[in-house]
Design a protein around this ligand. Sequence first.
Ligand code: GLU
Length: 441
Amino acid sequence: MTTTRFAPSPTGYIHVGNLRTALMNHLIARKAGGTFILRIDDTDPERSKQEYVDAIQQDLEWLGLTWDRIERQSDRLERYEEAAQQLRDMGRFYECFETPVELDLKRKKQLNMGKPPVYDRAALALSEDDKAKLREERGNGHWRFKLDHERIEWTDGILGDRSIDAASVSDPVLIRADGQFLYTLASVCDDIDYGVTDVVRGSDHVTNTATQIQIIQALGGEVPNFAHHSLLTGPQGEALSKRLGTLALRDLREAGIEPMALLSLMARLGSSDPVELQASVEDIAESFDIGKFGASPTKFDENDLYPLTARILHETPLSDMAEDIAAAGVPDALAERFWNVTRENITTRKDIATWWDLFANGAEPAIDDEDQEFIAQAMSMLPEGPFDDATWGAWTADVKAATGRKGRGLFMPLRKALTGQAHGPDMSAVMPLLQVIKARS
Ligand code: GLU
C-alpha cells in the first residue's frame, strides 16, 4: 500500500518550502488511497519544541492536509539503538574521535590540494587499545556508517536517473559523541518500519538519499521511491530562505490567504500544468502527477495568492461567511445584503471588517475642490435614513434636476462623498447599508 510521510523537525514554524513537501506527499497518498504519516523529527532535544509540534499540526489542519498517523522520533530511541547494534554487528558502523576542529582542518587541507572534502576514514585504522585510550582522553566517539564504495543509483520521480559515487561522500555520522541519534538513522528506521513506499523531499536531500539507500539495504529494508523537488526561490530567483520569516504558513493565514488558494498554487507551481483554482484537496489529488514537475528552481511569489483568494471569496455563499460577517459586527438583518454588495470587492476576509466599518461609521468623504458646492447642495437633498433600494435612484434624479449634472460628473462625486472611494459596489445596493454619512455635516 502506498505510504508517504511528511517529516518536519519541530524547530520552527513551517513555511511554503515545507508545504510543498507536505502537500506532494499528502497528494500521492490520497490519490492512491494510501496512508499519510505525520512524522515529527525531534531527535534533537535542545532545538525541538512542543510549541512547534502544536503549530505544525494547526497549520496542516488549517490547510485540510489530514494525516492518518502521527509518530515522534523521540519515542523510538530504543529502536534506533537496536539498528545501530545491527550495523555494528555487520561491521558497517565505526567509532571516530576527531573533534570538529580536527575535521575542519582535514577538510581544509583536502580542499587546498584540490580534493573533495570527504572523510578519510582514519578511525578505521584504530585498534581497540587506541580507541580505549581515546575514549579515556576525549570521552565517547561519534559513529559513522561505512559506505560501500560503489555507485548508488536510483530513478528519481522528478530528477530522473541518478547515480552517485559513494566514494565521493563522507561516511555519514549517525550517532553523535553525546549519544544523540541523528536524523539519517532515525529516518531510515522509521521509513522501514512504517512501510514508507514514496519519499518526496527537497533537492537539498539528494546526497542523504544516496547514503540512506545503502543504510536501508544494510538493515534489510525496501528502498522507497524517491523524488526530490526543486527549491523555491523568490519572484526574482533570490533565495527564499532569507525571507522565510515572512513566508511561514501562519503569516499567510494571518494575511488572509485562503487555504485552497495556497494549495492550488503550490500543487502546480513548478509543474507543466497551469495553476488552476481547485475546490478541494481531493480534486487536487486526482490530477496530481509528480512526473510533471521540473528540476529547475521554482519561483514563488506570494502576491499570486491574493487574486486566487479573491476568486474563492467571490464564489463563497453567505452560509460559509456568516461567522466572519457576524464577527465584523454586521447585524443579521443586513448580512445577506452586505455579502452580496461586498463579495466582489474584497481580496481577503480581512476586508469584511473594513467594509463594515465604512458602512457603520461612515467613510471620510473624498470631495474635490470643484465639487464642494455641488456636494453641499446634494447633501441637503438627501433624505433621512434608513435608506432602501430606491433611495439612490430617486436622490440622484432629484440632484440631476436641481443641478443639471449628469453621467459621471453626477455619480462619481456622490460616490466619493459617501464612500470615500472612486470604485466599489453598485451604489443602489450600498445605500441601505449606510448607517452614517459624514459628508452630511
Ligand atoms: N526532518 C527532515 C527535514 O525536515 C526530514 C527530511 C526527510 O523528508 O527525510 O529536512
